[in-house]
Design a protein around this ligand. Structure first.
Ligand code: FDA
Length: 393
């Protein structure tokens, strides 16, 4: 039997950071992960450069059934604390856009930081460890695994969400929560591309590779970033962001000319060049290939501007400012960046991350019902929740 003060299940962002913090306090820590390769999601994140935090991270950037839950952790271990640690390790980074901080070189820098922190503090890590059974005993928890029996006082569940199963994602954390009587808020894929109904898919696939500035809106929430047409459907930052707010069957509205007034532009073109075709006028503002496909798709005639009378130009403008699209669904966990829902925060202490009714059982990171927007927020939640648990295990 291997005896530890703390066992952390999951050697991802949250698990490794929590293990290092707990070990710094002198706790004897073991991290167990079933994957062969550690930190797979970190390495894949941010296109291989890891968007490790966001300078503007605040509780408003997170979705949860209980929006207050994340406040304490985010204020106790902030983005500036993590940025300080990154700087301590001499990792070069830059702001890409909207406060999103990326490594200059590679996401490996962040994984190495976490592994070094664990090593320095003396936290042990075991990979390819399958946990078969967990029992609560008077002194804590016993774990039966393919690598023998482990015992600990405090058990931290940091098994992440369901996205990208090939990187080791599993529902194990939710199962542990249920085993100990905690409830799970329904899970679904977030930060994920939309798939389209057959007609939209066939027409819009022609636009594959084109990206446009857009404001995507749904359920009183809007994001002003890019959208990207793909051969499978619709992606790009604005789409990924709004996907977390979208429910099946709903429309998403796209303003495809978010930073101007298209009616004003078209009216001006009509006055200056009345014989110009609508497509020519629109091509000043959108890629030509997009205009060619969009006009018939939106039911608009490509005729000389002088032939648009009365409210007709307004209708053209509205078709671009308020494009209504009903997605067929999403690409699901196969490509989603995060899992919405998870362990119900009403049953956890926001001060310690411990289950309120289960002594010394902690949940951190993405397995919890706290989901960030796109832009480094999900890693910040991993760091903040892990740090808090690390001080309390
Ligand atoms: P994480 O998923 O990192 O770790 C969970 C660990 O638990 C894994 O190592 C897994 O193997 C292990 N595990 C699971 N089941 C187990 C079991 N049964 N037994 C033992 N171990 C088990 N976020 C962000 O802020 N900036 C970004 O740039 C990106 N980019 C990005 C790209 C892609 C492609 C994805 C899929 C996701 C992102 N994210 C992101 C999201 C971010 O990666 C994610 O929110 C964090 O990694 C969550 O950290 P956790 O430690 O909670 O889970």
């Amino acid at each position: 039997m291997k005896q530890y003060d703390v066992i952390v299940i999951g050697a991802g962002a949250a698990g490794l950071f929590c293990a290092a913090e707990a070990a710094k306090r002198g706790r004897k820590v073991q991290v167990l992960d079933h994957a062969k390769r550690l930190g797979g999601k970190i390495l894949m994140s941010g296109g291989g450069r890891c968007n490790f935090t966001n300078m503007y991270a605040s509780p408003e950037n997170f979705l949860s059934d209980n929006p207050h839950y994340c406040k304490s952790a985010l204020s106790r271990y902030t983005q500036w604390d993590f940025i300080g640690l990154v700087a301590e390790y001499g990792i070069a980074y830059h702001e890409k856009t909207l406060g999103q901080l990326f490594c200059d070189n590679s996401a490996k820098d962040i994984l190495n930081l976490l592994l070094k922190e664990c090593e320095k503090a003396g936290a042990a890590i075991t990979s390819q460890c399958e946990i078969i059974d967990i029992d609560k005993v008077s002194s804590g928890y016993t774990l039966q695994t393919n690598k023998g029996e482990y015992q600990c006082e405090s058990l931290v569940v940091a098994t992440g969400g369901l996205s990208i199963p090939k990187l080791g994602a599993s529902p194990f954390g939710y199962k542990i929560a249920e085993q100990f009587g905690l409830t799970i808020k329904p899970t679904r894929a977030g930060l994920v591309p939309f798939t389209l109904h057959e007609h939209d898919k066939t027409v819009l696939a022609e636009l594959s590779g084109i990206s446009l500035d857009a404001r995507a809106s749904c359920n009183n929430t809007s994001f002003n970033e890019n959208i990207l047409f793909t051969h499978r459907g619709l992606s790009g930052p604005a789409v990924l962001q709004i996907s977390s707010f979208w429910q099946p069957g709903e429309h998403v509205e796209f303003d495809l000319f978010p930073n101007g007034d298209l009616l004003e532009e078209l009216t001006q073109s009509q006055q200056q060049s009345p014989d110009s075709l609508l497509a020519t006028a629109l091509s000043k503002h959108f890629p030509k290939r997009y205009v060619q496909t969009a006009l018939p798709y939106l039911g608009l005639d490509n005729k000389p501007l002088k032939q648009f009378q009365g409210k007709q130009l307004e209708q053209v403008s509205t078709a671009f400012h308020q494009w209504q699209l009903k997605p067929n669904g999403t690409e699901g966990y196969r490509t989603a960046e995060v899992t919405l829902g998870g362990v119900d925060t009403n049953q956890l202490s926001s001060k310690t991350m411990m289950a309120k009714d289960v002594e010394r059982l902690f949940f951190i990171g993405e397995v919890v019902d706290v989901t960030g927007w796109l832009g480094g927020y999900n890693f910040q939640w991993a760091w903040s929740s892990a740090w808090v648990a690390g001080q309390n295990v």
